[in-house]
Design a protein around this ligand. Structure first.
Ligand SMILES: [Zn+2]
Length: 79
């Protein structure tokens, strides 16, 4: 439980960085390109559209994960 809190705090610090406020792939502006997904093996925060592209690439290239339902900010999930 304590480890989860530390990991969530680290993730929130990463998301607060200016470079992570937009999608790593399309770097588009606006709410549509807001990163709500993450590629857990590349460490990139992605918008929903680009996450779909990553999921199509196969898990040997990118492992995109979506946030938990209702999560206000992106969260990494495993499994
Ligand atoms: Zn994108």
């Amino acid at each position: 439980m304590e480890q989860n809190k530390r990991q969530l705090a680290a993730l929130q610090r990463l998301l607060a960085l200016p470079a992570n406020r937009g999608c790593a792939d399309c770097a588009g502006g606006g709410a549509a390109a807001r990163p709500t997904w993450a590629s857990i093996n590349t460490g990139a925060f992605l918008c929903m559209r680009c996450a779909g592209v990553h999921r199509g690439l196969g898990v040997h290239i990118s492992q995109a994960r979506r946030p938990a339902p209702g999560a206000p900010r992106p969260r990494l999930t495993y499994g």
